[in-house]
Design a protein around this ligand. Structure first.
Ligand code: MLT
Length: 397
């Protein structure tokens, strides 16, 4: 028996597990100190009432033999009509017309972004921005793929554009971006779509943070002409509607999208029906309530709450003259570490001196060195407390 040697090329642990473990050790060693976590992007607001009501009604249906549900509908990869219909309506409001069989329901974006790699040869070259959500890199290392990096930095506003000299087969784009919070305008996304079409490449578009966008920025890659021939879009209810503990997401694969003459959607349906049994009916009914008119209104309140937290963090950084980006179209603030510190150095000192945990930028790639990511997903009270402590500590540097 042989193991997959590619796993040995991974770093010892997943970035957020490393941060979590360090935080747990510190708490165990200092039980008297209250540590505030602004690290992993985990939500704190409760589910919107309309979602909870829909889930309760669905639970009642499961209690009655006449309305009980077993496995979900196979034909649509286990997505119930109510949920698929509400996602189609959500896209239609942005002028994107999707057919029901182009939407695949899952337990979240992270799983889909990883699992979809089953469909593609290990020979493909992958292009990811740097810094980047570590899942894109780690899952490709597990499969043994060659990875190229597109530099995202202050010079290009953390929004790299394609290099015509470089060939890639699989391209990851996350907009608004995790970790930097940068969001592409239409022109930027068009440049990537044109590049992908030229290179016969496939874009894996992560739209997990689209609900945070403000103004006239594209929420979906399918708002860009040509994207139906080169892109798959993955989205999640986690950040949009606080589903990190509920688990529901969806992937959009245009029916016309093919590579080597093979339909990507058909391959994905084949993969999912073999390896996955769908998302619970109760969860799907809760998710279906999110994109109703009232659902949209209620989730906006939670997003506005997190944006106020982002502003609190921004004001603290402004007061100390620290460069940062993000926080406007995204729940993440991407700050330069003070006093020229490296990312993990600042992590350790901030934990020790302010009892605040963030995510070291270098964990997202080499261009993240010297940066630090803070999330706006904590409670307002904890965000304010953390900012006061951070400010007091930064003053001493
Ligand atoms: C993050 O903190 O980057 C995300 O919450 C992690 C995730 O969504 O998997």
């Amino acid at each position: 028996m042989k193991i997959n040697q590619n796993f040995l090329n991974l770093q010892g642990s997943y970035l957020f597990s490393t941060v979590g473990a360090k935080c747990a050790t510190y708490r165990a060693e200092h039980p008297d100190r209250e540590v505030i976590k602004l690290s992993i992007g985990d939500v704190t607001r409760p589910l919107a009432p309309i979602v909870v009501d829909a889930m309760k009604r669905a639970a009642d249906e499961m209690a009655d033999a006449a309305t009980f549900k077993g496995y979900g509908p196979d034909a649509t990869c286990y997505g119930y009509e109510q949920l698929i219909g509400s996602i189609r309506a959500h896209y239609a409001r942005r002028g994107v017309v999707l057919a029901s069989d182009e939407i695949f329901i899952s337990d979240g974006a992270k799983s889909d972004l990883s699992n979809i790699l089953d469909l593609f040869s290990a020979d493909n070259t992958v292009l990811v921005p740097d810094p980047v959500y570590p899942v894109y890199v780690d899952t490709n290392i597990m499969a043994g793929r060659r990875i190229l990096y597109a530099d995202a930095n202050r010079e290009n506003d953390f929004l790299p554009l394609p290099d015509p000299e470089v060939h890639a087969d699989i391209i990851y784009i996350c907009s608004p971006n995790n970790p930097t919070g940068a969001a592409y305008q239409r022109e930027g996304l068009k440049a990537w779509v044109d590049y992908a079409l030229r290179e016969d490449a496939l874009i894996l578009y992560d739209a997990a943070y689209e609900a945070f966008l403000e103004g006239d920025l594209p929420h979906s890659i399918f708002e860009i002409e040509g994207a139906r021939d080169c892109a798959v879009e993955v989205c999640s209810y986690s950040k949009t509607a606080g589903f990190t503990g509920v688990r529901c997401g969806y992937t959009v694969i245009p029916s016309t999208l093919k590579r080597e003459g093979v339909s990507i959607g058909k391959l994905w349906a084949r993969r999912q029906s073999t390896k996955f049994n769908g998302v619970s009916y109760i969860t799907q009914m809760g998710a279906a309530a999110v994109f109703t008119e009232e659902g949209e209104r209620q989730i906006r309140e939670n997003i506005a709450y997190y944006k106020r937290n982002a502003q609190t963090i921004g004001r603290m950084l402004d007061a100390h003259g620290i460069y940062y980006t993000g926080g406007k179209h995204s729940p993440y603030i991407w700050m330069q570490c003070p006093a020229g510190m490296k990312s993990w150095e600042f992590f350790d000192l901030l934990l020790e001196n302010a009892n605040v945990v963030g995510t070291p930028g270098s964990g997202f790639g080499k261009n993240g060195e010297g940066f630090f990511r803070l999330t706006a997903f904590a409670t307002a009270e904890n965000t304010e407390k953390a900012c006061a402590r951070m400010g007091d500590y930064i003053k001493t540097l």
